[in-house]
Design a protein around this ligand. Sequence first.
Ligand code: CAA
Length: 399
Amino acid sequence: MPTIGIDAIALAVPEGYLDLADLAAARGVPAGKFVEGLGVQRMSVARQHEDPVALAATAARRLFATSGVDPSTIGLCVVGTETAVDHSKPVAAYLHRLLGLPQECRVFEAKHACFGGTAGLLSALDWIAAGSARGRKALIICTDIARYGLSTPGEPTQGAGAVALLVSDNPRLLALEVGSTGSYAQDVNDFWRPLYSKEAVVDGHHSVQCYLDALAGAYKSWQNASAASGITGELARRCYHVPYGKMAKKAHRHVMQIEGKTEAEADASYTAEVATSLRLPSQVGNIYTGSLYLALASLLEAEAAELEGKRIGLFSYGSGCCAEFFAGTVPAGAGAFADKLEMAAPLKDRRKYTFAEYEQIRLRDDKADQRPVNGDAHGLPAGSVAFVGVDADRRVYIA
Ligand code: CAA
């Protein structure tokens, strides 16, 4: 029986970021509140041409280039996003052309707040396990621009980026335990974005509690499912959905409390099991659907070699809400393959925006979806895709 899971990962982030210390200074709060209090150092800021389709296409092109996998082998492409560009046409349809995917391919978009990417990933696992893949691979892309109102408590938890995941049998990064995941769902009003708004509405402190309740429920469900499948073994690392780093720390404490650990034990295990996964998220901010997989990339980038043969737990949370806890094992050879993927490379050489530039980008961005095509690719690096405007209501991208 072949294993199924994540074969390769690639990221895309906008070219520029805002330093959270600069945001704090502009908003008149101590930098410590954002940097230590929330656990975020920088947040990616997307400009007009860096829309969710462009970010997704850029991440996927990088995935094909670094993994050596050909787009012609893809039979399923699912995009998870909660910042889609159209109420009907899915981001995945734009990607079909931009990536050169085969015509014999199922493409669609999945929406459930930050859970959409995980919904795509779990569907892909089932698609392969059921035999529908017939030797083909799945491409799952999480792409989002996290946006809250200026001067609101959510503002320091913004970000933008995409994570592309290749899902296949005999995966080279993480073999997942298909069929023994733990689910939790409930109708809650913690975070949402009405159709008329570009900015999310959030009941911040309530959302933290909803996340923790969902974690407890999904974790218990996962424990039961694992026991029923006869799967045993300690988790060496745990990756959580990361709206901001401190939330992952709260999450881990919650799980440790459920397991009967003391506060000191929980803090020690946080340092050993979770902290590494928060390095890249602290440099990018919240990317909604991709946040969990950015944490996974952060972990594998740093520790894949020493994690070979070890088990990792993953927690995905989507407001509204739906959550899933699942696990997998890092296969032999993952360390060398992770080095080859250079997952963190897109974060190098980014531009630091001043606070004034950030504000200008935010205010101008409101009209981005209606601007006429100007053909300006803004000098993007090779391999990137840019949104260059609208022609008769048709979005135009250049690569
Ligand atoms: N130095 C160090 N730490 C400081 C500090 C200082 N000077 N000042 C404050 N802090 C600490 C506080 O003690 C607090 O830490 P604890 O949570 O450990 O107590 C932390 O900084 C934040 O302070 P506040 O709680 O006062 O911050 P706030 O009320 O202004 O906003 C927030 C916090 C509610 C999370 C807000 O950022 C928000 O609404 N964010 C968006 C919603 C969100 O991300 N929710 C997460 C769960 S929902 C989800 O995960 C889905 C999703 O992606 C959105």
